[in-house]
Design a binder for this molecule. Structure first.
Ligand SMILES: [Zn+2]
Length: 300
């Protein structure tokens, strides 16, 4: 009985020493760069670039968690306190990262803000900023390049590996862009409907035109009621065959999404599910390739 408290104290001492070593130094101290990403989308990309020389933690890695309303907890703050690199989407998508990092006492963490990297106007005069940036392949190219640079600065001995991985990844993104261009060449100008802005960067790169009334997708994304007239206008897109496909966010459900799915199915318009986080068992590139395959099939 007497030994137990002593053992606990000793273990506590070891843990504390470990934390200090992790948070104060560059990766050289333990040979592994610690990356914390707001979602598993960015976590997967960091793993692809860093390989076995990084330890990646994704804060949101469960399809049932909604990044828009996630707040985090003490466990997340502890992870952030130990991070060498922090990846956040930015643009108002995952504000919990900044809030928790501010309280994590980790001033040396290199923060990668994807919205800032994108160079896109985050306060467009018309409409609202679409923060679902991982559907925008040019922005993902900027991300992998920035990540390779940050990892190489923290672990110069493996800089060659990080840059080689970034080059391979960028090549695969270029292949996905070529498929977008092919859809554009074959079906550019065709209309599509969405439930939320999630896939819009990909759809517009493929030349497909979003015909959904903006009031509809904004209400669904924000969880407010869709005005009945707007709902009728949206449902008519299918019966009138104004659109070739309904691309819907499978991670949120509700009466409006259900009504659209029903109307699209009844009119024999293709339905394509998309998500905000990684589907189980797929990495980012496989996921995006599958998204494109579904869209190719829907509009061909
Ligand atoms: Zn969203």
């Amino acid at each position: 009985m007497l030994l137990r408290p002593l053992a606990v104290i000793a273990l506590g001492g070891i843990l504390l020493a470990g934390l200090t070593a992790c948070s104060s130094a560059t990766a050289a101290s333990d040979g592994v760069v610690t990356v914390v990403a707001s979602t598993d989308v960015y976590g997967d990309i960091a793993s692809q670039i860093g390989g076995s020389y990084v330890k990646v933690t994704s804060i949101i890695n469960d399809p049932s968690q909604d990044p828009h309303s996630y707040e985090g907890d003490a466990r997340v703050q502890l992870a952030l306190s130990q991070a060498d690199v922090v990846i956040k989407n930015g643009g108002g998508y995952d504000d919990f990262v900044g809030t928790l990092l501010a309280g994590a006492n980790n001033p040396t963490a290199a923060v990668v803000d994807v919205a800032t990297l994108s160079g896109l106007d985050q306060h467009p005069s018309s409409g609202t900023f679409n923060e679902h940036l991982w559907y925008d392949f040019p922005t993902m190219k900027k991300l992998v390049s920035a990540l390779a640079g940050k990892l190489a600065a923290l672990d110069p001995g493996h800089g060659v590996d990080f840059r080689a991985n970034a080059k391979t990844f960028t090549g695969k993104l270029t292949a996905l862009e070529a498929r977008e261009a092919a859809v554009n060449a074959a079906s550019g100008g065709d209309g599509v409907a969405i439930t939320e802005p999630v896939p819009l960067y990909l759809l517009s790169a493929a030349g497909l035109v979003n015909r959904t009334p903006p009031e509809f997708s904004q209400a669904v994304e924000e969880g407010t009621d869709v005005p009945p007239a707007i709902l009728q206008q949206t449902l008519a897109l299918f019966s009138s065959h104004t659109v070739r496909a309904l691309v819907y966010n499978a991670q949120t459900s509700g009466p409006e999404t259900d009504a659209l799915l029903k109307a699209a199915t009844a009119a024999k318009v293709a339905v394509v599910p998309v998500t905000e986080t990684l589907p189980k068992g797929k990495d980012y590139l496989q996921w995006m390739s599958d998204n494109l395959t579904a869209i190719e099939a829907a509009v061909s």
